[in-house]
Design a protein around this ligand. Structure first.
Ligand code: FAD
Length: 471
């Protein structure tokens, strides 16, 4: 539905200076930066349908077995205070008995991250001349405009705001099998339904579709909840996430990689891995060396090489780049060795309901697999990155009305180098900025906290600057 078709005259227009759409980690970091930097009574409004802020998908899990994928020392939300998350853990005595140096290197439960951001937001709110108003309703339409953008909410509220930041984050891919959405509730559970996954634990067999980080979450949750049945993991390449390692960072100059085409880069990286290994440094040290260059590496590839990367390299890149704690990796390996976890390199074709079981039909390179009968299926296919497939009414409205266009290769929404949304014709919209995973097509590395904290700070600074210029 277009924005105008959704409008009514009956609702009054509510006013904001800065409207942030999405109250996951990224949106909260934008609000936090705006509150901390404001020198005038700016009205910040955060739109988030969930009742709790800063959880989004990643940090909504209440379960202690779901760990951050990076050590606490790298998870500060504030670029200028790298130890801030660890400071919070110590102040809150979140993990009693662990001294700072140990905490810095620890993969702590993810739930602490949401609490951290909530605390910092409350502190900033108490001290800022700016005000924060949270509206727990999704935004379903946005009409960019100068000097004000117009927003429509699912309950009919209408808002106007000088600046808007889109921080809508991640949405789950549907199961890649025809008719999967019509299956009985409780038999197909999203990996991000953290309680729902645990409820599947028992004697029956379970299948997980997808073999990435969400699969790891589901397996450790099932194991911790006492699951005794088999866990079938199905994915097209069946590559499991690899572990972090303690071996230091490889010492080489990564800059020459930026000028190389994809094939030469892969060769050069293999060479760096061999050199590092000769010095006793694991391959993870090479990945850590190039980690800060993630965006530059993507942007340094021409369009043809980016396509080649997406077609041939990305699945290997992902398991090397998005790693898990060694303890989690060891748990997966142990379950696989015992035979409880079984990996299938296969593509799901169909899911059939047979009285009390679900039957999975899949095929691999050598043809059809014998059907698998399971009690339930977990959808761990991960984040939807293709703009046109994102099931978010706001994003579809922006695309349909020509206020946005898909990013390079159809990934995320297109934005300029400063993060301003590009409209259907590629013109920047000066009142609308984008942060987080929606910038994947342009930046590639735009999902994890190190990128989000920088983008959030930049977005808040730009919004306040524009506010100051106009007032
Ligand atoms: C399982 C998992 C584990 C991860 N672990 C780590 C980790 O250890 N370290 C790390 O750095 N990164 C990790 N990440 C990456 C993670 O995505 C980011 O760190 C961060 O959580 C992303 O936050 P976000 O706010 O961009 O997105 P989300 O967390 O997806 O939040 C987006 C929010 O926007 C809201 N929203 C969407 N549409 C609308 C709308 N139309 N109107 C209003 N609100 C809307 C949603 O309700 C949601 O709350 C992990 C990701 C996942 C999925």
């Amino acid at each position: 539905m277009s924005y105008n078709a959704a409008m009514t005259d009956s609702e009054p227009m509510l006013q904001a200076d800065l409207a942030i759409i999405g109250g996951g980690a990224a949106g909260v970091l934008v609000a936090l930066n705006a509150l901390r930097s404001a020198t005038a009574p700016v009205q910040v409004v955060l739109f988030e349908p969930a009742s709790t802020l800063a959880q989004g998908i990643a940090y909504a899990t209440p379960w202690p077995e779901h760990l951050l994928n990076v050590p606490a020392g790298k998870m500060s939300g504030l670029p200028e205070q790298p130890g801030d998350f660890v400071d919070h853990l110590l102040q809150a005595d979140a993990l009693p008995g662990l001294p700072r140096d140990v905490l810095t290197e620890t993969f702590v439960p993810r739930r602490h991250y949401a609490t951290y951001l909530q605390h910092r937001l409350a502190e900033a709110q108490a001290q800022s001349p700016a005000t924060l108003h949270v509206v727990h309703v999704p935004v379903i339409a946005l009409q960019p405009g100068t000097p004000r953008n117009a927003l429509r909410l699912a309950d009919g509220q209408q808002w106007q705001s000088r600046q808007v930041v889109l921080a809508c984050g991640n949405s789950m891919r549907p199961l890649p099998a025809p008719g999967a959405e019509a299956l009985p509730p409780g038999r197909v559970v999203d990996a991000w339904d953290y309680d729902g996954v645990r409820l599947l634990a028992g004697d029956g067999d379970v299948a997980i579709i997808g073999s990435g980080l969400s699969m790891a979450d589901s397996v450790v949750a099932l194991a911790t909840a006492g699951h005794r049945g088999r866990i079938h993991v199905l994915s097209r390449h069946a590559l499991l996430p690899l572990p972090h390692a303690h071996g230091g960072i490889a010492k080489f100059d990564p800059q020459p990689l930026l000028a190389m085409p994809l094939r030469a880069r892969v060769r050069a990286l293999r060479g760096h891995v061999r050199d590092a290994a000769a010095k006793g440094i694991p391959w993870q040290g090479v990945m850590d060396r190039i980690r800060p260059l993630g965006q530059a590496l993507w942007q340094g590839l021409d369009a043809a090489d980016q396509r080649r990367f997406l077609r041939h390299v990305v699945r290997y890149w992902d398991v090397h780049r998005h790693r898990i704690a060694e303890t989690v990796h060891a748990q997966l390996a142990e379950l696989e060795e015992s035979g409880q976890l079984q990996r299938h390199r296969a593509r799901l074709d169909a899911l059939l309901v047979l009285e009390s079981t679900l039957q999975l039909h899949a095929h691999g390179a050598a043809g059809g697999l014998p059907p698998l009968n399971v009690g339930a299926v977990i959808n761990a296919t991960g984040v939807e990155t293709r703009a046109l497939a994102m099931r978010n009414p706001l994003l579809q409205q922006l695309l349909a009305d020509g206020h946005a266009r898909p990013g390079p290769h159809g990934l995320g929404l297109d934005s300029d180098s400063a993060g301003f949304l590009l409209d259907g014709q590629g013109r920047p919209q000066p009142g609308v900025q984008v942060v987080g995973s929606l910038r994947i097509g342009t930046l590639w590395e735009s999902l994890a906290i190190p990128e989000l904290r920088t983008q959030a700070q930049q977005a808040a600074t730009a919004a306040l600057r524009r506010h100051d210029q106009r007032s």
